[in-house]
Design a protein around this ligand. Structure first.
Ligand SMILES: NC(=O)CCC(=O)C(=O)O
Length: 265
């Protein structure tokens, strides 16, 4: 399996339309890859809260159209990162789109854990409620987005649903870069799964981005990691390693479910 992780720079000097064209061209350059991944909210920037409403798109809006075509031009499975989605009957969502090599929509994932506590995404966007997996010929993807990476129960749910490769587009800030690498490795080790995590480069809304997109194997080894700037990280891995790791070191079988809460005196 060859994966290309497109750590695109999101800077305020570039228009959304220009970045959309550039992202499509970067996807087309990945012909020959099995899986291509873009980051979270790369049209606006994950911290450009004022732009969410202005740049929000219907699900089948310009980013959908452009990315469906880019996936079919390149003949790749494309996780097109996420868009600020305007649901005509509801709030905005932070919505990831996955396309097949034919350019058909294969999955939609609305981010479950919204970042910002009492501001930003947490108040401007609605929360998704559904776990999403996508069956590829050689592996099953489990989808999460950025802040979701801090919530192990989401990824355990995805593993229970058959996920073997956890894909996490993000707009992670430089300030918490150490958490990013640590959490990506933790999710890989505890779930005995590959983690493919794609961040952005650049600075938007005054928040310097961490970059450092990362691919981790089911043993927790870092297969590849990007630097801070715009970069396409390309990595080859054997999806069969999930099954061998789970057979040879079968910790997932030792889970004890349904533990009782502590008794109150
Ligand atoms: N866009 C995000 O979800 C940011 C998450 C983040 O900064 C963090 O978890 O730290």
């Amino acid at each position: 399996m060859r994966a290309s992780v497109i750590q695109i720079a999101v800077d305020e000097g570039e228009s959304v339309e220009s970045r959309r064209r550039r992202a499509a061209s970067m996807v087309r350059d990945q012909a020959g890859a099995d899986l291509v991944v873009l980051p979270e909210l790369w049209t606006t920037g994950a911290f450009a809260y004022e732009e969410f409403g202005q740049e929000a798109e219907p699900l089948e809006g310009p980013t959908y159209e452009t990315m469906a075509k880019a996936a079919s031009d390149a003949g790749v499975w494309l996780h097109a990162g996420s868009i600020p989605e305007r649901d005509p009957e509801g709030p905005l969502y932070n919505t990831s789109l996955v396309f097949s090599p034919a350019g058909d929509l294969a999955a939609v994932y609305r981010k479950i854990h919204r970042f910002g506590f009492d501001k930003g995404e947490a108040v401007l966007m609605g929360a998704g409620a559904e776990l999403v997996t996508v069956r590829l010929p050689s592996t099953t993807l489990g989808l999460g987005t950025c802040y979701d990476l801090r919530f192990p129960e989401l990824f355990r749910g995805l593993v229970d649903a058959g996920a073997e490769t956890l894909v996490v587009p993000a707009g992670w800030p430089e300030r918490r870069r150490a958490h990013w690498t640590l959490l990506a490795q933790a999710r890989a080790v505890e779930n005995q799964s590959f983690v493919v995590a794609c961040g952005t480069a650049g600075t938007h809304a005054g928040v310097p981005q961490a970059g450092h997109s990362i691919v981790v194997d089911p043993w927790g080894e870092v297969l590849a990691q990007a630097g801070a700037g715009e970069e396409v990280l390309t990595v080859e891995f054997d999806p069969g390693k999930v099954a061998t790791t789970r057979e040879q070191f079968p910790v997932l079988k030792d889970r004890v479910l349904g533990l009782q809460p502590p008794r109150r005196p």
